[in-house]
Write a protein that binds this ligand. Structure first.
Ligand SMILES: Cc1ncc(COP(=O)(O)O)c(C=O)c1O
Length: 446
């Protein structure tokens, strides 16, 4: 936000009061689609959780400490010296050709055979989500998504006034039977389903992976109901044993739009991701992208391309995997050691996240200020649902803090949960008590 309303003048002249009045006037002019735009709970938390004494298990920042910064800076300097005229110029809306070809080689690791003509580079896969929603969703159309699902995806869907309907998951990912029932129910209500958004590998936030034997069934259900599949796969190469799974796109190229990203396997700040889509969809996406950004940043694309051709990027991903596996082990071990009975959590085999269910009666959003008092932060579960579900759940990220900090954070969190459980036993469930003490920061303060 700008500094509307925060002018420091003490004058009471009408001119100096204008900012507050124009703020109201602006608010009235906003398009209806902005009504669903609120800062995610996670963003609201960032300010508090980033205090150094707080162990943050809340964010999803990749750990970049292992990147070869020195050789990378040499390559970037050479890139500008040798090819600066191109690197600093506008490029095509679809993205740099050489990078699109390298992207096809990367996708082969998960069974995808694709032509670089069908790839479009985006400003992170977040932008691809926005564009796909923009070209498919009219207000009131239904988008299906796992419950829970990625907060950023919910942001895009609600920005286009989609009606998000969740599909249940278990330890093997989305349940095909639940998908069938959900589709029938939505159709009974006379609503139109535009696509199914799914994160098959190392799910954010659930930490689970879609079982291989469920994949073709889910694709068949979608195809037979005329529902497009939007497969989001930023973590697919971060399996802790180096394992990969056949992507949905590889099994049904005509009905899947696939999203990839360099954010978790290289550098999130470069904002380079991509979308692979059936030809007609790709054409429409390029038009939508042009109207949003003209073209993705040429320099960043060329940096990624050069990194891929000059560095051992597969070896680098292995380093990341080993780092994250050590952190996952630290988290699971500490949860096992400290959490009270009645708690439950997922056991991720890759990615960044554990999905934790607190003992009955605990409301994780209500508990958050007390956790922060104990110097630990997490992302409460309700932010990952469009329908208010998830108040017994939280997402715990093991990607960023060191293993020691993770163990300490989980110990503090377990103390908070245990204290909360005592309160629940004495006074009843937290959600039903009048709120006292420090409140979660409202979205407006973040
Ligand atoms: C499931 C999922 N999709 C997409 C994104 C966004 O990635 P990008 O940085 O490529 O926009 C994230 C980032 O956390 C994610 O977890």
């Amino acid at each position: 936000m700008s500094d509307h309303g925060s002018h420091h003048s003490h004058s009471t002249s009408p001119e100096n009061q204008a900012p507050a009045r124009t703020l109201d006037a602006h608010t009235e002019r906003y398009a209806r689609r902005t009504a669903g735009m609120t800062a995610s709970e996670i963003r609201a938390l960032f300010a508090v959780a980033s205090r150094p004494e707080v162990v943050s298990l809340a964010g999803g920042m990749p750990n970049l400490a292992a990147l070869p910064l020195e050789s990378l800076s040499g390559e970037i300097a050479r890139l500008i010296a040798e090819d600066g005229q191109a690197a600093l110029q506008y490029g095509s809306a679809q993205g740099v050709g050489q990078l699109r070809e390298q992207i096809c080689e990367i996708m082969e690791l998960e069974g995808i055979s694709a032509h670089s003509d069908d790839v479009m580079v985006t400003v992170g896969s977040q932008m691809a989500m926005d564009l796909v929603t923009r070209i498919f969703v009219d207000p009131g159309d239904v988008v299906l998504a796992e419950g829970p699902t990625f907060v950023g995806a919910l942001g895009s869907f609600t920005a286009y006034q989609a009606d998000v309907v969740h599909v249940d998951m278990d330890d093997d990912g989305m349940q095909p039977e639940a998908l069938r029932q959900t589709i029938d129910e939505v159709h009974r209500q006379g609503k139109r389903i535009k696509f199914l958004y799914t994160i098959p590998n190392f799910h954010n936030p659930a930490g689970v992976t879609l079982a291989v034997e469920r994949r073709s069934e889910i694709l068949e259900i979608c195809a037979s109901n005329g529902i497009l599949v939007l497969e989001d796969n930023p973590y697919g190469l971060l399996g802790f044993d180096g394992q990969t799974y056949p992507s949905l796109r590889s099994q049904d190229p005509d009905n899947v739009v696939y999203l990839g990203s360099f954010s978790k396997t290289f550098a999130s700040g470069l904002r380079v991701g991509w979308v692979l889509a059936p030809h007609a969809v790709r054409e429409r996406l390029v038009l939508a992208a042009e109207s949003a950004t003209l073209c993705p940043p040429t320099l960043n694309q060329m940096i990624v391309s050069r990194y891929l051709s000059t560095h051992d990027w597969k070896g680098q991903i292995k380093v990341f995997r080993e780092q994250y596996r050590e952190r996952r082990d630290a988290m699971l071990g500490a949860l096992e050691q400290h959490m009270p009975a009645g708690s439950d959590w997922t056991h991720p085999e890759g990615g960044f996240y554990v999905w934790f269910t607190a003992p009955e009666g605990i409301d994780t959003k209500e508990m958050l200020p007390r956790a922060v008092n104990q110097r630990v932060a997490y992302a409460s579960g309700t932010g990952f649902y469009a329908d208010g579900f998830g108040n017994r759940q939280m997402r715990l990220s093991f990607c960023y803090p060191t293993p020691e900090r993770i163990r300490e954070g989980v110990r503090r969190l377990a103390n908070t949960v245990t204290d909360e459980l005592d309160l629940v036993r004495t006074f009843g469930p937290t959600g039903k008590r009048p709120a006292t003490g420090p409140q979660t920061p409202s979205p407006d303060t973040a």
